[in-house]
Design a protein around this ligand. Structure first.
Ligand code: ADP
Ligand code: MG
Length: 760
């Protein structure tokens, strides 16, 4: 867009980090609408232009919040520097955004004798006696005793000893706050917050006093958690409603009875009551979710507008022929729905980028196949990328079987495909005779070129990275539609936040006739009876998996475990009556395939394996899954493993073997596994147990950087925020209606903090 910017009156509106000069300008755009622009200029050349609406221009004025922190009363250059270095607080705004850790009731001073092992935090007052540094090097620490009428409390510092030592004045009376613990039977506080006790400390006006995060160095500069509160107390009266402009439309605030942004900030820091604090927190949590949801909706909208996609305009002969004559079963309602969603999405002219979540065994493969036939009907080639060779091979065999009476060229390409075969594949891809290419990541390599790639399925990995996606894009003039099928359901709230800018489909229905898998927990001491059980199942013609934890394929210790386990299994199931397959990551690919194949074709009764078979493998005749050392596995992994059985119509069992000693977390995981087969429920529990930061691939996603809100504890609020965000965007995607302008202005001011999803 070419801007015709007319300078009206040069005005210094807003100091900007790199802006020497800030001018207010106006101009007419093609739409004849009068708009205003901020021009950020650096040494004469324009660096950034923001479009503003008149309403913000009226309120635009230098905000006190942009003042450098050293100008705040009580700070000055020295402490200012420390605040910058230690906490990244550069301006008044940064300080305002420094949220309290907690509030303490100042009037509550407890006697030291009241501390019990059950006490968590405590505030006591006493005389500081005997300060000494003990230990050497890494064990070095400083210990002081605080004495009141009832007893003695030990105060310990491991860090910042030099600073703290300078500050402490033995013999004086201190007010001390901190988390209590017991050491050698004596109560102590490590890294306490403390301040000299004075008449003033004891008659604070605020009932709930904020305590802020700080560092040892700052504490030594008289900026402990409570003293930062004094700075905050100096700051807040200088701020007015205009400095903390509202960013949520008035109607939403009213409907949800949320307090204003300004009030929320005031009460977050200095709440007049617990209730006022809770209201402030609720408002700010909602704001976090709401702003994030609005952003995600906008990103998604933008992507739909910008990304050109192949148009699959018709359902043709291949699809119809297969559907009518070769589909081995009736599709489930969920499968039909998802195919419809994909059909509609690929007909729109924008590139589809869809995440298909379906629990293990819900039948994702057939959905992928039907979509690939849809692509073929529209003159496009497809590829299906699987995470492992075993899985790629299995998909290839399965699809080939399904398509055997159809005129659809299909080939397999993996790392171990021979040169000669590669050449044949390369030709078939270029002349268009291969319509479906199944394989591993080998497909993504630049050397693999298609005539007309229009559809790419990525199976069992929701971490298909941006770089890999880009590589796929390069294979066609118009980027192919992408369907990512997940190995494990993603918790609903995570899907709404970390993956929220994607389109997603859910398959929450299993094919009919499946019996629920019975899951039990057994201690290793009862292994013999478990083996007896396997023997009974084998007698009925079934097969069994026995899985060992080989977390890192290079861990030799676990490798030994596996080998020992294998010998043990062999002794329970001697040849020739029984035969056993073994698969592990150290095996050459060919041997792996042969062994796997022998199990698939029922030439062996038992598959002893590491988690290489974790995802996707489909042997419907297998009815028992034994997981050795199940306590070492995470929930989603256990669920994936269990998903290998229960794929046929026979009753299946999953037996989780563990040691006798279990951590609380492990016990909880096992309990959940025994209680439910529902992958969506398990995903939610997993999120609760591990926390959002630990879930694969989302750590750096930025979408979860909520300061107050939590996708685990504030689910309801997230739903509400999503609902309102959708309402607003669907009725006013440009956010141009006047009630939405504050929101628009806020988003513009926050621009640059875009959310990038980790997946395609
Ligand atoms: P996943 O979603 O775990 O990838 P698969 O696609 O491997 O599941 O399907 C699991 C099994 O269910 C396969 O044997 C498949 O043939 C079968 N299946 C899929 N859809 C149906 C259906 N609608 N009715 C009956 N069986 C089905
Ligand atoms: Mg699968």
């Amino acid at each position: 867009m070419k801007l015709c910017v007319v300078t009206k009156s040069p005005l210094l509106i807003k100091p900007h980090k790199s802006a020497k000069q800030v001018k207010l300008n106006d101009c007419y755009t093609a739409g004849q609408q009068l708009l205003y622009y901020y021009i950020f200029a650096w040494q004469g050349s324009v660096t950034e232009i923001c479009i503003l609406h008149p309403s913000i221009v009226q309120t635009a004025r230098p905000s006190i919040l942009d003042s450098p922190i050293e100008y705040l009363k009580g700070v000055g250059p020295l402490r200012g520097d420390m605040l910058k270095k230690e906490l990244g607080i550069f301006s008044f705004r940064d300080l305002l955004e420094h949220f309290p850790l907690r509030h303490i009731d100042k009037t509550q001073v407890s006697p030291i004798a009241a501390i019990t092992p059950a006490t968590e935090f405590i505030q006591v007052a006493g005389v500081l006696v005997q300060v000494e540094t003990i230990g050497e090097k890494y064990g070095k620490r400083m210990v002081a005793q605080l004495k009141d009428k009832t007893g003695v409390l030990e105060l310990v510092w491991f860090q910042g000893i030099n600073w703290v030592q300078k500050m402490l004045e033995p013999g004086k009376e201190y007010l001390v706050f901190g988390r209590t613990g017991f050491f050698n039977g004596r109560p102590q506080i490590t890294h306490p917050e403390l301040e000299l006790l004075s008449a003033q400390t004891m008659d604070g006006k605020s009932f709930l006093e904020p305590v802020y995060p700080t560092t040892e160095k700052l504490k030594a500069r008289s900026l402990n958690g409570r003293q930062i509160g004094k700075l905050m107390a100096a700051l807040l009266p200088q701020i007015s409603e205009r400095d903390i402009a509202e960013n949520i439309p008035e109607s939403i605030l009213q409907q949800l009875q949320l307090v204003s942004r300004y009030k929320a900030y005031c009460n977050l820091h200095f709440p007049p009551s617990v209730d006022a604090y809770d209201k402030a927190v609720e408002r700010l949590k909602f704001e976090e979710f709401f702003i994030a949801q609005v952003r995600l909706q906008l990103t998604r909208l933008e992507r739909h507008k910008q990304s050109r996609g192949v148009v699959f305009e018709k359902v043709g002969d291949l699809f119809n022929d297969f559907y009518a004559n070769h589909l081995p079963f009736e599709l489930t309602g969920a499968q039909k729905r998802v195919i419809r969603e994909i059909r509609l999405d690929t007909a729109k002219g924008h590139q589809m980028n869809r995440l298909l979540q379906g629990d293990v065994g819900s039948g994702k493969t057939i959905v992928a196949l039907l979509c690939m036939l849809l692509a073929a009907d529209n003159g496009c080639q497809s590829c299906l990328v699987a995470p492992t060779e075993i899985l790629a091979q299995q998909h290839y065999n399965g699809l080939q079987e399904l398509l055997k009476e159809m005129p659809v060229g299909i080939k397999l390409l993996t790392g171990s495909t021979k040169k000669k075969e590669r050449k044949i594949i390369a030709e078939g891809l270029m002349d268009g005779s291969i319509l479906i290419l199944v394989g591993t990541h080998a497909i993504i390599e630049d050397t693999v070129q298609f005539k007309n790639l229009g559809f790419a399925v990525i199976d069992e990995q929701h971490r298909f990275g941006v770089a890999q996606r880009a590589q796929l894009w390069k294979k066609a003039d118009i980027p192919p539609h992408i369907l990512v099928m997940t190995a494990t359901p993603i918790p609903r709230t995570l899907a709404m936040t970390a993956y929220g800018d994607l389109d997603y489909s859910i398959m929450d229905e299993l094919p009919p006739g499946r019996q629920p898998i019975t899951t039990v927990h057994r201690f290793e001491t009862r292994r013999a009876s478990v083996m007896d059980f396997i023997r009974d199942e084998i007698a009925k013609g079934r097969q069994a998996y026995i899985i060992y934890p080989l977390i890192e394929e290079s861990e030799s210790l676990s490798y030994e475990d596996l080998m020992q386990g294998y010998e043990q299994v062999k002794s329970y199931f001697p040849e020739p009556a029984y035969s056993i397959s073994m698969v592990h990551g150290r095996m050459p690919a060919e041997q792996k395939d042969t062994n796997m194949q022998r199990f698939v074709t029922h030439n062996t009764n038992i598959m002893v394996s590491t988690t290489v078979i974790e995802v996707g493998v489909n042997v419907p005749n297998a009815s028992v899954m034994v997981v050795e050392s199940a306590e070492k596995f995470g929930l989603s992994q256990l669920h994936q493993l269990r998903g290998r059985v229960g794929r046929g119509s026979e009753k299946s069992y999953c037996i989780l073997l563990t040691g006798v000693k279990l951590s609380n977390d492990a016990r909880e995981r096992i309990k959940i596994m025994c209680a439910t087969n529902d992958g969506f429920v398990i995903a939610e529990k997993d999120l609760e147990l591990r926390g959002p930061g630990e879930i694969d691939g989302t750590k750096q996603s930025g979408a979860l950087n909520f300061r107050l809100a939590s996708i685990v504890n504030d689910k309801g609020l997230l739903d509400t925020a999503k609902y309102f965000a959708e309402q607003i965007i669907s009725s006013d995607e440009g956010l141009d209606a006047s009630p939405n302008l504050p929101l628009k202005n806020y988003l513009i001011a926050q621009k640059g903090k875009t959310v990038w999803s980790k997946i395609s």
